[in-house]
Design a protein around this ligand. Structure first.
Ligand code: GCU
Length: 671
């Protein structure tokens, strides 16, 4: 149930509010989102207040003490309705009279969830609220494979696939749709970006249709990741060249088949020419030519194509100017303006790969005539894989509120992805979520704050990380002040702590990058062709990404940002090793040397992680902290505390050994 528990209110001082006497889901047909809204209101009010309300689809009584939920129609009169945008809703609560009007069916359901969220948090105030989304694309990506495994999934097996086919029991998929709908996510890509052509074979497409059927009542659409080489792999063609007429026909036919089965299919996600996946470059076609084949096929049906910017080649570290971080701008910037209008370039928050800290991806500043979307990762691939508490919105915030100064004007990443900054009609975000069959969805109760926050932000990027968190805690646990304050404090301290005991100063996370992406293994970053280098030797460390002496990456940013990153003096400490190659004895703005910062930060971070254990223990028996969840979280916090020591000692010893520089505080090495 996650944040949709609708648990009876505990500790509420105000007592139950004037509640509606019945629910009208106006003109709702079975399985429509408005129908679902009626059911959800009924369940929610029953859970929170132990009060059973009837649901009807038409006005049946003269009383006005009802909750009316409906889609906007010409017969609903109110000035406020003129303010509604696609998927928006109007929530009008006046005591026991509640009116919820959605611009669409989906919007009506969002409004019902909003009302229930207020009630569940003990907020019984009257409101007149119009809420519209920041952007039309609010997707999640699942990296589920047809065999039932999930790439970088840490919450059990797939809820969609098993043994090459779609599972017969989709109860769990429907529950996932309910969660997503409550945070206003409107589409899910159900299969891994490293797609397998078997997903779109006829038998499986029927199964995907069944997934769409269980998602539809929640207003969540299905989307699919495509394998670029499918025309060859099962289309009996000898090529997958995107300009080949047979290949074009193949994709047209597939698209038509999909829409026959799923009329509201959302679109395609394409990972091509990346980490060994096939793509247009194989045939000397551009990425735009590749993307546009799908775009043309899907355009008549109103679908979109999310084309990933995560395209790069393996590199030779002995070349000082080689740099994986530059690849996306090198590939995509020359193609700006060549992508069709229903293509969106999906760009990870930073240019490497979901690291603990990265500068905002420079591609956001280089595509002024192309739709773009932000890719986040709720699955904590490099960030402790749900065994560590790491509340991600503060990390996302560093990118979303970063000002790229395009044309010397304010250009916040959050305004670029919504289309506002460059007047694009399409835009938004996708987050890699990877929930699985585990009861907790992500494998950890506390990790669910990241999914909740992602949805809330995708709707409104101006929300503050700690405000979202407080809502989530109240919905998930209780309104008890100690519970709310303690989990807020732990969560808000968690990303800085993780950064402290993993990779500092912008040198990346220092995980094992070859296989697990879990746990410290700094030696795996260098001497590989993967390009996640630190260039650490006995005296120096860091990637020189300057134009004057390095890879030239800093030159991919607009002039005002370039000037900061190009200069060692102006680059903020937390990104200094991302942009500069310096001595371990280089003095930071903080007044510490790089190496002393490493030592101190690791001790500091591990100490903070340790403090989470007694903090959590202090919540034992408090309202909403049931035994089962208490023990489950405690187990994980103990693990994190222990693992933070492993991290601390592995990293400080590694750098002490290669640099031979003593720790001023005498904690590291033999003194
Ligand atoms: C990471 C991840 C891969 C994934 C890739 C991607 O490298 O480890 O499993 O396929 O990102 O985003 O495409």
């Amino acid at each position: 149930q996650a944040w949709l528990r609708y648990a009876p209110l505990t500790g509420s001082k105000t007592g139950p509010p004037a509640l509606p006497q019945s629910i009208i889901a106006l003109n709702a047909t079975q399985s429509s989102p408005v129908f679902t809204a009626g059911q959800e209101l009924q369940n929610g009010i029953s859970g929170i207040f132990n009060k059973h309300l009837t649901v009807s689809s038409s006005h049946s009584s003269a009383s006005h003490a009802w909750s009316l939920v409906q889609r906007h129609s010409s017969r609903t009169h109110s000035e406020r309705l003129l303010e509604l945008e696609v998927d928006g809703f109007w929530l009008n609560v006046k005591g026991s009279a509640v009116q919820i009007v959605g611009q669409s069916d989906r919007g009506a359901l969002y409004g019902a969830f909003e009302y229930l969220s207020m009630l569940a948090r003990g907020n019984f105030s009257d409101v007149q609220l119009v809420s519209n989304p920041a952007a039309p694309v609010r997707w999640v990506n699942q990296w589920d494979n047809m065999d039932g495994s999930i790439t970088r999934g840490f919450g059990g097996a797939s809820i969609f696939f098993d043994n090459g086919v779609i599972v017969s029991d989709l109860t769990r998929a429907a529950e996932y749709a309910r969660l997503l709908s409550s945070i206003r996510i409107n589409a899910v890509v159900v299969n891994d970006v490293n797609a397998n052509f078997t997903t779109i074979q006829p038998g499986n497409l029927q199964g995907i249709g069944r997934i769409a059927d269980v998602f539809r009542p929640y207003g969540v659409q299905v989307a699919l990741a495509l394998d670029f080489a499918s025309p060859m792999e099962f289309g009996n063609l000898t090529t997958y060249d995107p300009l080949d007429p047979g290949v074009i026909q193949f994709w047209d036919d597939i698209t038509e088949n999909i829409y026959d089965i799923i009329p509201d299919f959302a679109g395609y996600l394409v990972k091509a020419d990346s980490e060994g996946t096939p793509g247009p470059l194989m045939y000397n076609r551009t990425l735009a030519q590749g993307a546009n084949v799908f775009a043309k096929a899907i355009e008549p049906f109103g679908g979109i194509v999310m084309y990933r910017a995560f395209v790069y080649n393996l590199l030779d570290e002995s070349v000082w100017t080689a740099d994986r971080a530059k690849a996306a701008v090198d590939f995509f910037q020359p193609l700006d303006g060549q992508f069709l209008d229903n293509v969106i370039i999906q760009i990870k928050y930073g240019p490497i790969d979901f690291q603990v800290r990265e500068p905002a991806h420079p591609l956001f500043a280089n595509l002024l005539n192309t739709n773009v979307a932000l890719e986040l990762q709720v699955a904590q691939e490099y960030l402790g894989q749900q065994c560590h508490l790491v509340y991600l919105p503060p990390l996302w915030d560093t990118v979303l509120n970063f000002d790229l100064r395009v044309n010397n004007e304010t250009s916040l990443v959050k305004d670029i992805i919504t289309g506002k900054r460059f007047n694009r009609t399409l835009g938004g975000s996708a987050a890699v979520v990877n929930v699985g069959a585990n009861d907790t969805w992500l494998g950890s109760h506390l990790a669910m704050s990241n999914l909740y926050a992602y949805g809330r932000l995708a709707w409104d990027w101006s929300l503050q990380p700690d405000d979202i968190l407080k809502d989530w805690i109240q919905l998930t646990f209780s309104q008890d002040k100690t519970v709310v304050d303690t989990i807020t404090q732990m969560s808000m301290a968690s990303w800085p702590a993780y950064e402290n005991y993993s990779g500092n100063l912008g040198e990346q996370t220092l995980n094992d990058i070859l296989y697990t992406h879990f746990g410290p293994n700094p030696q795996t970053l260098d001497n590989t062709p993967w390009g996640q280098w630190t260039r650490a030797d006995h005296t120096t460390i860091g990637m020189d990404r300057t134009v004057s002496n390095g890879t030239g990456y800093s030159g991919q940013y607009p002039p005002e940002v370039f000037e900061v990153y190009e200069s060692l003096e102006k680059t903020p400490d937390d990104l200094v090793l991302w942009f500069h190659h310096v001595n371990y004895t280089h003095l930071l703005h903080s007044g510490k040397t790089v190496i002393q910062h490493f030592y101190d930060a690791h001790y500091e971070g591990a100490k903070t992680a340790w403090s989470f254990v007694p903090m959590w223990e202090s919540l034992k028996g408090r309202p909403g902290i049931d035994e089962e969840r208490f023990e489950d979280v405690l187990f994980r916090q103990n693990f994190q505390a222990g693992h933070s020591i492993v991290w601390r000692d592995a990293i400080v010893n590694f750098y002490h050994n290669i640099s031979g520089i003593r720790d001023d505080a005498g904690r590291v090495g033999n003194h």
